[in-house]
Design a protein around this ligand. Sequence first.
Ligand code: ATP
Length: 236
Amino acid sequence: MNGITVSGLTFSYGTRTALSDVSFDIGRGRFCALLGPNGAGKSTLFSILTGLRPTDTGHVTIAGHDIATHRRAALAQLGIVFQQPTLDLDLTVRQNLSYFAALHGIRGKERAKRIDAVLERLFITDRADDKTRSLNGGHRRRTEIARALLHDPKVLLLDEPTVGLDAQSRKAITDHVHDLTIDGTTVLWATHLPDEIWDADRLVVLHQSRVLADGTAGVIRGPRNLNDAFLSMVSP
Ligand SMILES: Nc1ncnc2c1ncn2[C@@H]1O[C@H](COP(=O)(O)OP(=O)(O)OP(=O)(O)O)[C@@H](O)[C@H]1O
């Protein structure tokens, strides 16, 4: 079963078109980068994938469930990391996770077990009982990713999750999220930074509301580095 399918998606804010006939699909356990400059339409696409906005035209499925007609089933399979951080800085890492798990109806021993598992997956077990405020930006981001995995979603969406982080933290998070696909999680990672994308990744390039390229990153870049290839695609 597919991780994500997007077909014929069109969306406008009044007279401003944000998405024009956008289509792609991402198989189970794949890492797909959604690369686009500012204003390309990435956040609009994310808001539709997460059910925050209805589509004007087109369809989206998450782990086989149509977001418009089977919204609850689709959202149950979706983990989301938004661009803006949303942790409570006065709670510990574990308390932040625990609160979110409770919202998902995960209780008792199962809650403790899942929290331990996601902390381990993101390599932050040793920070579990620290106040979130004391964490650096990279560890806060890891906490948010761990939180997004608590309900064991099949699909994980991340909207520019490394914004504002230093190079070392960016690399660590990029590596960890790539590794999440090993157990079958499908990842869609929106970014405007080509160095976060690996040659073997699936790549969808979005520019001025349209899909400019869709394929394997290494094939799309050819003999150039991805940054040069991307700039030549989006330059006027
Ligand atoms: N609420 C809104 N009202 C009107 N136009 C909007 C709104 N939100 C986005 N847009 C426009 O829609 C287009 C796509 O914007 P969007 O934020 O989806 O792009 P993006 O790729 O996420 O950009 P960024 O990297 O800057 O977040 C842009 O032209 C933007 O100006």
